[in-house]
Design a protein around this ligand. Sequence first.
Ligand SMILES: Cc1ncc(COP(=O)(O)O)c(C=O)c1O
Ligand SMILES: [Zn+2]
Length: 405
Amino acid sequence: MNERLIGLTCSKCGNFYRPDEGPYLCPECCGVLETLYDYEKIEKFEGKDLWRYRQLLPSSGRTNLLVGVTPLYRSDALNEELGINDLWVKDETRNPTYSLKDRASAVVVVLARELGCKTVTCASTGNAATSLAGLSASEGLKCHIFAPKTISAPKLVQLQAFNARVLKIDASYDDCYDLCNRFAEKYNWYNRNTAYNPYTLDGKKTVAFEIAEQLEWEVPNKIFVPVGDGCIVSSVWKGFVELQKIGLTDGLPELIGVQADGCKPLKESFDKNKGCERAEPKTLAGSIAVGKPRNGFMALRDVRNSKGKFVSVTDKEMFEATKLLGSTTGIFGELAGVASVAAIKKEMENGKLDEGEKVVALITGSGLKDVEVALKLFEKIDLLEADEGKIYEHIEEISTNRRGR
Ligand SMILES: Cc1ncc(COP(=O)(O)O)c(C=O)c1O
Ligand SMILES: [Zn+2]
């Protein structure tokens, strides 16, 4: 364990635990735990990969796969289309298994190895699972995945390619999560479940460190984050709070949590200032179709502390954002992964975002992992006869129909 890791505090009751006491959730109140480091002792970051932040990670080990270090782009074309000047896109599709979740899985597999656990597990609608499976494969760990039957085919084959032991269960994600926790305890597997294993937040917060560093330590005004369980949004907050604590940045960003219109329990709770009620997910954006957000308490707290808010977007708006992002930047995100861009477009149209604000959109996962949904939404491509005349006519027709570019 990193000697700078002082312990874990409960996000609900504030109880403190030493790292060697090692609970997953707070034994008192089942609150999600958060790591606490000795921020006085942090020295200059050195190195070129994610492990350059190891002073603020639980373990100093590293993975074979290259995780993180993803590009932050400023696309003139996208900015122009949205009528904004300073929008940056953090392309998390570039992680080894194509989603931001690799950051959390990297930290988890390193810890599992350090703790002497040979088997890891998690429940997931897809991205956390494939990332844990890929990282486990590269570290020689066994991996059991509890997947709901709705898991997409590309994610399922990815799991198989990584030789994970897949338990595809006729149950919702929420039920798979509870089952996974029970079996992890029974077999003593190391459990990566989100909002259960406190160190996943540490892995994901590295995305905030990278954004700040790529912007030369200038803090953006707003960061748009797709939200399901609410862990990524809290990790981004934790990352920026820690950077401020160690004096690398001055100020904090407003966090805008983005949910699907068809599943927005956190937005409802935030707007109505009341407890989070379970929602029945009705959205194609599978990765954020979470009816019972496991990190709801912390996500609501952090978005509130950031002076931000939650917004929601329709599946159609996410699909439009997929096309907008793809056609202006060459990045293909899954619906949930581009919810951030959809929300920025909406906020601009509603006059709620200033064109001069420095804004970051997290693109959290790749469209190729949810290609069945994309295939449903994109129009079919005509099959052309191998006839020069007809092909010529077709080229002329599509050239006049396509907008601008
Ligand atoms: C692509 C993608 N975006 C966003 C999220 C939401 O993250 P969280 O559940 O931490 O809110 C997920 C989680 O599975 C995801 O896979
Ligand atoms: Zn507690």
